[in-house]
Design a protein around this ligand. Structure first.
Ligand SMILES: O=C1O[C@H](COP(=O)(O)O)[C@@H](O)[C@H](O)[C@H]1O
Length: 223
């Protein structure tokens, strides 16, 4: 049976091929997370022109450059380096060092974002319903001015993070939620229920203009 990671990889490759066929360079916001990284490992050289895709991230852990906790490092290891994506097309968040604060790093990342939004935003889902680094009950859920926000005291380590805010995540044609495992089933059900709040389940706050897909395994969709 084809695994969820393989299905996500094939779908992502096809989407990139389709956008490239229109003569445009695809703009994709990547996510961290278990199933996303497994899918990145399945991506292949077939079909896609990997030198002609731009990548950003929905969130990042504010730790030093090259740290294995960084979402960008995990994606570099899983596919960006292997498939030869040019460094100029990899728009990573700034790393933690002594030279700047998390707020400065968030504002600097805002200046790198694509003026016309994304073609595709990929998002993992935490068991608590968080997406990117937007956590239940946190004030960043209600940010409407800043495209990127810093997060302190994250309930999931590491404690300091940078995240796109809802207006930025929603400036996209398509959103794909990538979710695996029984421990996420309740969060998937809350995110997809007819009623509920973003404070309780942040995933409820993200939607693509043209497409919102849930790519899950049987365990995650059991709720
Ligand atoms: O910390 C994060 O966690 C979520 C989900 O991760 P998972 O390992 O439970 O699948 C991810 O979406 C987010 O990008 C990341 O920073």
């Amino acid at each position: 049976m084809t695994s969820l990671a393989e299905r996500i990889a094939r779908r992502l490759e096809q989407r990139l091929v389709d956008i490239q066929a229109t003569g445009r360079r695809p703009r994709v916001a990547l996510t961290g997370g278990t199933i996303a990284v497994a899918a990145y490992r399945e991506l292949s050289a077939a079909g896609v022109d990997w030198s002609d895709v731009d990548f950003w991230w929905g969130d990042e852990r504010f730790v030093p450059d090259g740290h294995t906790d960084r979402n960008d490092q995990q994606a570099r290891d899983a596919f960006l380096d292997r498939l030869g994506v040019p460094a100029a097309h990899v728009h990573a968040f700034g790393a933690h060092d002594c030279a700047w604060s998390a707020r400065e790093a968030a504002d600097a990342y805002a200046a790198t974002l694509p003026a016309s939004g994304f073609d595709l935003v990929l998002l993992g889902l935490g068991p608590d319903g968080h997406v990117a680094s937007l956590f239940p009950g946190f004030p960043q859920l209600h940010e409407t001015e800043r495209p990127v926000a810093e997060v302190f005291d994250s309930p999931k380590p590491p404690p300091v993070r940078l995240t796109l805010t809802f207006p930025t995540l929603n400036d996209t044609e398509a959103v794909w939620f990538l979710v695996s495992g029984a421990e996420k089933a309740a969060a998937v059900a809350r995110a997809r229920a007819d009623d509920g709040t973003v404070d309780e389940t942040p995933a409820r706050g993200v939607r693509g203009r043209g497409e919102t897909l849930w790519l899950t395994d049987d365990e995650a969709s059991a709720g």
